[in-house]
Design a protein. Structure first.
Length: 227
């Protein structure tokens, strides 16, 4: 849970920008949700997931991403998965001075990767649009490591709340790699990518703490890591 100071900061950032995120009307059957870690690591590609309850069977749909609280200098890169490959997507200033980007790829589950260099608090918004009509929209606050008022402070022990497996690339994996490296199980440089070296290191760690050495970081392994 974010602290009150952080929530007030987010509220202040959101006020005056609510026109960007149009509320889902009672008639709309499409719900959208953003999943992103509450605190991201600067200068690496962090996963962002967007879930739609359903995809309307109509043409002309676009996916729009908006980053509030940011300037162009804060952004290293933004990519989206189009079903077969990663595509670079540039965030551009709109008439309201907000960083936005849009593409024609719409699916029930969408994956973005964002890299930011500045330690700040941000709000990430997603909107499903059909022409000038917003079909569904959602927004979520997060921070980049080092920002004041963030949810996870670098001086605190990191808490692993999500399962991890081979092929994942996100902030949780990066923190896992740091732990494994500090214990001597991982010799590769932590980069947030759950590859073969991390898989091998996880198995060694699991064997050392009496957890089945499968390489999958599930509830049992997370419980050991969080002790």
């Amino acid at each position: 849970m974010a602290n009150n100071k952080y929530l007030k900061g987010v509220l202040g950032l959101t006020l005056g920008m609510t026109a960007l995120f149009v509320a889902i009307s009672a008639e709309s059957a499409v719900n959208s949700q953003i999943q992103v870690a509450s605190t991201l690591v600067p200068n690496i590609k962090n996963d962002v997931f967007v879930q739609l309850s359903e995809v309307p069977q109509t043409g002309g749909l676009t996916s729009k991403i908006t980053l509030l609280g940011a300037s162009a200098n804060d952004v290293v890169s933004l990519e989206y998965w189009n079903g077969s490959s990663w595509v670079n997507s540039s965030l551009n200033l709109n008439a309201q001075g907000e960083l936005t980007t849009a593409n024609n790829y719409v699916a029930s589950s969408m994956n973005y990767r964002i890299s930011l260099r500045s330690a700040k608090n941000y709000i990430l918004g997603y909107a499903l649009e059909n022409g000038n009509t917003t079909v569904s929209s959602t927004a979520l606050p997060f921070s980049v490591e080092g920002a004041s008022g963030g949810v996870v402070l670098t001086s605190q022990k990191y808490v692993f709340n999500r399962n991890m497996t081979y092929g994942n690339r996100n902030n949780d994996v990066l923190e896992l790699q740091k732990v494994l490296a500090s214990m001597g199980y991982l010799t590769a440089e932590p980069n947030g990518n759950f590859g073969q070296a991390t898989l091998s290191a996880v198995k060694k760690y699991q064997a050392s703490v009496g957890v089945p050495a499968t390489g999958y970081v599930g509830p049992q392994t997370r419980a050991k890591l969080n002790q």
